[in-house]
Design a protein around this ligand. Structure first.
Ligand SMILES: [Fe+2]
Length: 321
């Protein structure tokens, strides 16, 4: 969304400046230098600049401004490409055998980072509803610390709980946002019916659903009186703590955090992890760690880096039998 806001703003500024310069020209007032007008087009405001040229009939016959429509076409192509990369929502499905008598369908939503898929998250919610899941799990970073909006997350969970029970654990962005506003957000989520699983577990009958808070990853020891005779499905934000999850008795762990490495290079893999590890392994998919399956979702949104490449946002569906 940062990229979208930037483009809206810069195009608006470019449009206004072209109009203002035309008005200055008519009044014989001090003009905006041509190089500055062109600079705004080069910085991403070519659509606003082009519209300003046409609507205000300004600089349309100047040869050096012939570059503006060219820049506009390039910008539209690049924007279209980036929007497709960021919003082309795909589904990834896994099958996991935990020896359950009754099949369990889990939909995992990870790293939403306030990204909006359709009005009121309608595209994302429709895709989840089409799966008819037994449970929805949210594995952290539903909000983003650099462009925080609690309302987008609340809007999403308000509708998600109508589809299936929602279970949630915090990610590193919720940890960064710790404070009164985050406390209020958590209590709003709970009042909407979201079940918080930070350092807790629930006996779901045939299996245990457990969670680890992101802030506990370095010092969490054990759950109190966990029934280890049942399969344990664990929610945790960060995949690199797989040894902790093994020690906690997990059979299946659902994680995110890596955003698929942000750019997936064909034949090579995801480029970089949030810890600045180059070519992290794994960067997506399901990995077996001595019998424990760890699902690493590419997630849905972005954080500091605003664009994904060849790394489509992902809704994960796990069919547990
Ligand atoms: Fe994230």
């Amino acid at each position: 969304m940062i990229l979208v806001y930037y483009l809206i703003l810069i195009n608006l500024v470019a449009f206004i400046l072209y109009g203002a310069d035309k008005a200055y020209a008519k009044k014989g007032a001090r003009r905006i230098p041509e190089r500055n007008l062109l600079l705004w087009a080069w910085l991403g405001g070519s659509i606003g600049a082009f519209l300003g040229m046409q609507i205000f009939r300004h600089k349309t016959k100047k040869a050096k401004f012939a570059v503006v429509p060219v820049l506009m076409v390039i910008e539209i192509v690049i924007c279209g490409f980036c929007l497709y990369q960021n919003y082309h929502l795909v589904k990834t499905e896994y099958e996991v055998d935990l020896g359950l008598n009754e099949d369990l369908k889990i939909v995992q939503v990870s790293d939403l980072h306030n990204q909006v898929f359709g009005l009121g998250e309608s595209v994302l919610l429709d895709k989840i509803a089409a799966e008819d899941p037994d449970i929805i799990v949210v594995t952290g970073d539903i909000v983003d610390s650099t462009h925080t909006s609690y309302s987008i997350a609340l809007q999403f969970v308000e509708e998600a709980v109508k589809i299936a029970p929602v279970y949630y654990i915090t990610g590193n962005h919720e940890v960064r946002l710790a404070g009164p506003e985050m406390d209020e957000f958590m209590s709003d989520m709970e009042s909407l019916g979201v079940v918080m699983l930070d350092d807790k577990y629930i006996d779901m009958g045939e299996y245990i659903l457990a969670g680890v808070a992101d802030e506990s990853l370095d010092d969490f020891d054990a759950y109190d009186a966990l029934d280890e005779s049942k399969p344990v499905i664990m929610l945790a934000h960060e995949p690199q703590y797989y040894e902790l999850y093994q020690s906690l008795g997990a059979d299946l762990v659902l994680t995110g955090h890596y955003h698929g490495g942000q750019i997936i290079i064909p034949g090579v893999g995801g480029l970089i992890s949030p810890e600045f590890e180059l070519l992290p392994k794994p960067y997506e998919g399901m990995t077996d760690y001595s019998g424990m399956s760890l699902v690493l979702s590419r997630g849905l949104g972005n954080s500091v880096a605003p664009v994904r490449i060849n790394d489509y946002p992902e809704l994960v569906v796990i069919n547990v039998t």
